[in-house]
Design a protein around this ligand. Structure first.
Ligand SMILES: Nc1ncnc2c1ncn2[C@@H]1O[C@H](COP(=O)(O)OP(=O)(O)O)[C@@H](O)[C@H]1O
Ligand SMILES: [Mg+2]
Length: 233
């Protein structure tokens, strides 16, 4: 049986000195499923993604990503899971400024033998696959070798998506990666991202405060409906 992409049980999180941000009894993303997670600004969406990505250690409860527990006491194990099995698209993209588009996309392969092996199993080499992904995501030919700092926001976003996808991770998580784009650019970016994920059976957890994007996804989840923190009885 295939493990769910994300499985959360009895998760609680409070930032130091603050009221609890998250209190989620159950939340699951099935293998290959695309989920749109919506919630207002400040509701804890980025906090939740940080926990799922293993950037933030779990305080209480359990998170499994693709069948593997994200253990609070094992930061290196979490880093290894993130590097090999997860694609992360941050709000600010976090590209390496002095590397060009293709070089940025190749970075995850350096950190993960698993990603390299999956590419080899598909009989593909890194640079060719990086170019293929960037073309699929509609980055123009001339921009492939431009430094990250010389790319527009929309182009940087495509590079960040290709970097998340290279080497076929089982799960991509995206934190409001479209907030800097206009409506039609947003829709086309999501359609392309979705297409790449579905051809590979990659699950997608996409977070935004913009409800209008929900129609693209298999399922919409309102963080307010699964999160008991901040609810006054
Ligand atoms: N690294 C952090 N340290 C302390 N507090 C944080 C941190 N990140 C987020 N918070 C707090 O947690 C709450 C939820 O924030 P966040 O998860 O960023 O919400 P969203 O992504 O939905 O806008 C806010 O009150 C925010 O100030
Ligand atoms: Mg956020």
């Amino acid at each position: 049986m295939t493990s769910p992409a994300v499985s959360i049980t009895s998760l609680r999180h409070a930032w130091p000195g603050a009221e609890p941000t998250l209190d989620i009894e159950r939340f699951e993303v099935a293998a290959g499923e695309s989920v749109f997670l919506v919630g207002p600004s400040g509701s804890g969406k980025s906090t939740l993604l940080g926990l799922i990505a293993g950037v933030t250690p779990v305080q209480s409860g359990r998170i499994e990503v693709l069948g593997e527990p994200m253990l609070a006491g094992k930061p290196r194990q979490r880093d290894a899971i993130r590097a090999s099995r997860l694609g992360v698209i941050f709000q600010m993209f976090n590209l390496v400024p002095f590397l060009n588009a293709v070089e940025n996309v190749l970075l995850p392969l350096q950190f993960s033998p698993e990603r390299r092996q999956r590419l080899e199993a598909m009989d593909r080499d890194g640079p060719a696959e990086a170019r293929r992904l960037l073309r699929e995501l509609r980055l123009d030919e001339a921009s492939l070798t431009k430094k990250a700092t010389d790319l527009s926001v929309g182009q940087q976003q495509r590079v960040a998506a290709a970097r998340a996808l290279i080497g076929g991770p089982g799960l991509v998580i995206a934190d409001e990666p479209t907030s800097a784009l206009d409506r039609s650019a947003r829709d086309s970016f999501i359609a392309l991202l979705m297409q790449e994920c579905s051809t590979r059976g990659t699950a997608l957890l996409f977070v935004s405060h913009d409800e209008t994007l929900a129609a693209h996804f298999d399922r919409k989840v309102d963080l307010g409906e699964i999160n008991r923190a901040g609810v006054t009885a």
